[in-house]
Design a protein around this ligand. Structure first.
Ligand SMILES: NC(=O)C1=CN([C@@H]2O[C@H](COP(=O)(O)OP(=O)(O)OC[C@H]3O[C@@H](n4cnc5c(N)ncnc54)[C@H](O)[C@@H]3O)[C@@H](O)[C@H]2O)[C@@H](O)CC1
Ligand SMILES: Nc1ncnc2c1ncn2[C@@H]1O[C@H](COP(=O)(O)OP(=O)(O)O)[C@@H](O)[C@H]1O
Ligand SMILES: [K+]
Length: 495
């Protein structure tokens, strides 16, 4: 199956992620719109049972129910599977008589025994349903819940989680004692914790089930967080048309360092493959022969003194610039980055150019006044931004503070805009953990920025294209392979 094509039929509304608070609001608004809590829970449990029936043949199932509504969903699942003829047992943390409202009503429909939760109940189960706690867990798992899940994870019996694996925090993906599920069924929309690590790895396959929540609820909630997907930016992706010439596709300029010359070259190839009409690397004169002998369509422009480089920036030829890959952490890099930012033209500050601000992070904030993207990995981020809080919160706070789009890289890259919007990326394979892939990423984003795409869209599209290119290649990936994989990714996106 062609994943890119089938994925792109999603709409951006379907990519929205809801916080735990927003999901509770969605439930309240659904009830106000006439869909009862009882019905929502019935639909939730039935959706879990349906997914189980799609994934497995009938076998002894053990449903572990908790004291809240997640447990209520578990009782519905148990009931539906039993009605379908599956052998089902239920074990519960606490008493079913302490359940409230719709959870209590649904539990009352379970006529079978309810065993007390303990590791012993796992005996004989060939499928385990984790309905202990949902995305809004308030404290770490302990006692019977912790011990029973831990014992379950030591065996080979598959675990299906309702909403989230119990112990995964829906807003942050942090784990307070969760164990890995093979399948997680959540409702209406994913939560950030389904995509942020370690949550994403603990969830296994994630299915989002419709439980009857009216679509209008999403407009009222106005989510600010999304899962990265072409539906968010494909319409704004620059495309050449019959009246396009190379100049109208933008001119990207990259600061080329010395002696680390490979990084800027890879970034340049990323920018050119992303569609930049012209791509130039500006290099200190001593490095000119090295760059010039290995580049063809990418131009190399030598400069003699830092002042010469400054003059280059004052011309109107360039539509976006990048500094950082192989630039060196020194006063010159600091100065060149400030000079780029002073123009107000689209600028990417990456790698060494981020670290160059470590003694004076405030200078970065003061200098940013045009479209700007910062692309730190975790260590670079910590050198200039506040390290506290989960990845989504930290990235948002950094973007708000400095006024740039911040791309905090990793397996769960977060892209945040100063206005509070944020996107979490989940398509990047671990083969990207190899030297130089970050340089290609900043180059791809540069190529899009140079063509006039907005900073936020360029960053989101760049991160996704980078992940898709790596996935296209598979094992054995080198950073320099990435630019040449982009044409195949574009072809599929546009087909
Ligand atoms: N109408 C709704 O609100 C719907 C809710 N749904 C389900 O409801 C779930 C959310 O329900 P709740 O808000 O009741 O949350 P939970 O089912 O996660 O239960 C929270 C309860 O557990 C207690 N608790 C939290 N951490 C604990 C710990 N470590 N040890 C022991 N007790 C702990 C809390 O004090 C609270 O009483 C969702 O995950 C989803 O499965 C679905 O039924 C769809 C509709
Ligand atoms: N385990 C991983 N899974 C997915 N993507 C990863 C993983 N590790 C790194 N990446 C991605 O690879 C790139 C590495 O960039 P960076 O750390 O700047 O490396 P370099 O400086 O060598 O270019 C980033 O885009 C990052 O998100
Ligand atoms: K759960």
């Amino acid at each position: 199956m062609n994943m890119l094509i089938s994925e792109s039929v999603l709409t951006n509304r379907q990519c929205a992620l809801l916080t735990v608070g927003q999901m509770a609001e969605a439930d309240r608004r659904s009830v106000a719109a006439g869909v009862s809590s009882f019905e929502l829970m019935a639909n939730a449990g039935a959706a879990v049972a349906h997914e189980i029936e799609c994934h497995w043949t009938p076998r002894p199932v053990l449903v572990l129910c908790g004291p809240g509504n997640n447990g209520g969903d578990g009782f519905v699942t148990a009931h539906v599977l039993a009605e379908a003829g599956w052998p089902v047992r239920v074990a519960m943390l606490g008493s079913r008589f302490s359940l409230k409202d719709e959870a209590r009503q649904h539990a009352q429909r379970w006529v079978g025994e309810v065993e007390a939760l303990s590791p012993e109940v796992l005996e004989g189960a060939e499928l385990i349903v984790d309905a202990l706690f949902g995305a809004g867990l308030s404290r770490p798992l302990q006692d019977q819940a912790l011990e029973t899940l831990a014992a379950a994870s030591h065996g080979t019996v598959p675990i299906v989680a309702i909403d989230t694996p119990s112990g995964v925090m829906g807003d942050s993906g942090e784990s307070l004692g969760a164990v890995p599920a093979v399948l997680t069924v959540t409702f209406f929309r994913k939560k950030p914790g389904h995509l942020l690590l370690p949550g994403r790895d603990l969830c296994g396959e994630v299915i989002v089930a419709d439980i009857g929540t009216p679509k209008a609820v999403l407009d009222a909630i106005a989510p600010q967080t999304y899962e990265n997907h072409p539906a968010l930016w494909l319409a704004n992706l620059p495309r050449a048309t019959s009246d396009t010439d190379k100049h109208s596709r933008g001119h990207a300029l990259i600061f080329g360092g010395y002696p680390m010359t490979g990084a800027a070259r890879m970034a340049a190839r990323g920018a050119a493959r992303a569609g930049s009409g012209l791509t130039t690397i500006a290099v200190p004169e001593i490095a000119f022969p090295i760059y010039a002998t290995v580049l063809d369509s990418i131009m190399v422009r030598p400069w003699l003194t830092p002042e010469d480089f400054g003059h280059l920036l004052n011309g109107s030829r360039f539509s976006a610039w990048l500094i950082g890959p192989g630039a060196g952490v020194d006063k010159e890099t600091f100065g060149h980055a400030l000079a780029m930012l002073a123009t107000g033209r689209p600028t990417i500050i990456d790698a060494d150019a981020i670290t160059a601000f470590q003694d004076e992070p405030g200078a970065l904030d003061r200098a940013i006044h045009g479209p700007c993207v910062l692309t730190p990995h975790e260590s670079e981020f910590r050198r200039v931004f506040d390290p506290f809080g989960d990845k989504l919160t930290r990235t948002r706070a950094a973007a708000r503070r400095c006024g740039a789009v911040v791309v905090l890289k990793g397996s769960d890259t977060v892209i945040a805009a100063p206005d509070g919007r944020a996107i979490i990326n989940a398509n990047a394979p671990p083969t990207l953990a190899t030297a130089g892939t970050g340089d290609v990423l900043s180059g791809i984003i540069l190529g899009l920025l140079a063509q006039g795409m907005s900073a936020f869209d360029s960053a989101a599209a760049g991160v996704w294209l980078h992940g898709a290119a790596a996935a296209e290649f598979g094992p054995g990936l080198l950073a320099e392979d990435l630019p040449d994989l982009l044409p195949a990714v574009f072809r599929r996106l546009y087909s």
